[in-house]
Structure formats: structure tokens, C-alpha cells
Design a protein around this ligand. Structure first.
Ligand code: FE2
Length: 233
């Protein structure tokens, strides 16, 4: 369960509404996963909806920044964060498995990745965005608004929440890495087995080659013996 906190609020109506909807979608999918009785179609449908809504939200946020004439340095960095996140989500989602359990496990990992990334992003980058937009609206230049928010210190509770999100992302990444390591070592063992089998086949091939050669030599000998016999006739 991903719990909404007032610390996530940006005081921008559109952004807050969309962030809350994202939390709803993540929790719905999380509940479907927990129930254990949802079909793969239901799970995949809920995941597609979450990914689609995430993309729409990030795009809307970028349009909002452009409309608010936010500083170009901040806009580029913020947009890059969005693109790199979406690239990871798409790559994660491209990996499909015919095995239902593995597919459920994959969907759970994607939801956790989206949730913890969003929590970290909303508490950090999105709050800086909201503060700059408020300052620009109050008459400050975008450049000055960027410089002002850059120097502001974060609330310790927010820092703690951001660290928790990063920690969860790190633990998930670590678990995925160790699972991949186990898969790699299993594949290595299979490769070695195949190599040994190939070597065995190669040896058998050579044995057969020798046998064929000796049969050919014997045939040639019989041939020449027969010719010699013919000459004496
Ligand atoms: Fe954002």
C-alpha cells in the first residue's frame, strides 16, 4: 500500500490531482497482486493503465513548466529525469514471460519501481518545480526563481521519506541483480555441459572419419588386388 501524505502536495491543483490518481492506480494494482485471484489479463490491463497515466502526467507537467516559463536549466534536467524513468519503465515492461508466476513477479517489480521513483521525484524535483512556478507567478524572473529554490534546504521529514524511497529502489535493484547472478551461473553450467557434449560429438565425428578412411583404404586395396589378378589372366 502506497500511502498519500500532505508532504507530496505541490499546491498546484492539476499536479496534485494527477499525483493522487497515480497513487490510486498503484494501490489498485497492488491490491490485485495481493489478492492472488486476478487473471493475467486483469493485471496487464491495470499495469498498462498505470504506465499510460504516468506518461500523460509527466507530459502534462512538462507542458506546465513550459507555460510557466520555468528556467531552461531546470526544465532540461527535469525533462531528462522523466525521459530516463520512462525509458526504464518501457524496458522493464518489454520483458515478457510465458510463465504466469514470473509475469506477476515482473508486474510487482514494475509497480514498486514506479511508486518509489515517483515518491522520490514528487518530494524532490516536483517540489522545486512548484516553488519556482509560485515565485514566477508572484513576479520573480525564472532565472532568479531557479537560483532561489536551488539554495533552499529540505525539511528533514522529506529527506527521510526520500531516503526511504531510494533505499527501497536500491534493495529491489540488489535483489534483481542477485537473481540475475543465479540465472547467469545456471546458464554458465548449462553452457559448460553443452561444450562437453559438443566435444564428445567432435571426438565421435573424428572416430567415424578414421573408420571411413580405413574402409576406403581397404576398398582401394581390394580394387588394386582385383586389377592385378585381371592382368595375370
Ligand atoms: Fe516531475
Amino acid at each position: 500500500m502506497f500511502v498519500w501524505s500532505n508532504k507530496f502536495e505541490t499546491k498546484i491543483d492539476l499536479v496534485d490531482r494527477q499525483h493522487k490518481t497515480l497513487f490510486d492506480l498503484m494501490n489498485k494494482l497492488s491490491n490485485l497482486l495481493k489478492s492472488g485471484s486476478s487473471s493475467q489479463n486483469e493485471l496487464s490491463g491495470a499495469l498498462s493503465l498505470l504506465i499510460h497515466y504516468t506518461k500523460t502526467h509527466l507530459h502534462d507537467e512538462e507542458l506546465l513548466m513550459q507555460d510557466s516559463r520555468i528556467d531552461g536549466r531546470f526544465f532540461s534536467r527535469h525533462r531528462m529525469e522523466h525521459s530516463s524513468f520512462l525509458y526504464d519503465v518501457d524496458r522493464f515492461n518489454e520483458i515478457t514471460s510465458p510463465d504466469d508466476d514470473a509475469n506477476t513477479d515482473r508486474i510487482e517489480k514494475i509497480v514498486r519501481f514506479i511508486a518509489f521513483w515517483l515518491i522520490y521525484h514528487i518530494l524532490g524535483t516536483d517540489q522545486f518545480m512548484a516553488e519556482q512556478i509560485a515565485l514566477i507567478k508572484s513576479g520573480m524572473s525564472p532565472e532568479r526563481a531557479f537560483e532561489t529554490t536551488k539554495e533552499q534546504k529540505l525539511d528533514p521529514i522529506i529527506v527521510k521519506m526520500m531516503l526511504d524511497a531510494v533505499m527501497n529502489l536500491w534493495i529491489d535493484a540488489k535483489n534483481t541483480c542477485s537473481k540475475l547472478e543465479t540465472k547467469c551461473s545456471k546458464l554458465e553450467t548449462k553452457c559448460r555441459e553443452l561444450e562437453n557434449k559438443c566435444k564428445g560429438l567432435e571426438d565421435k565425428g573424428k572416430e567415424l572419419e578414421h573408420k571411413i578412411q580405413s574402409v576406403l583404404v581397404e576398398t582401394i586395396d581390394v580394387d588394386s588386388d582385383f586389377k592385378s589378378f585381371e592382368m595375370f589372366k
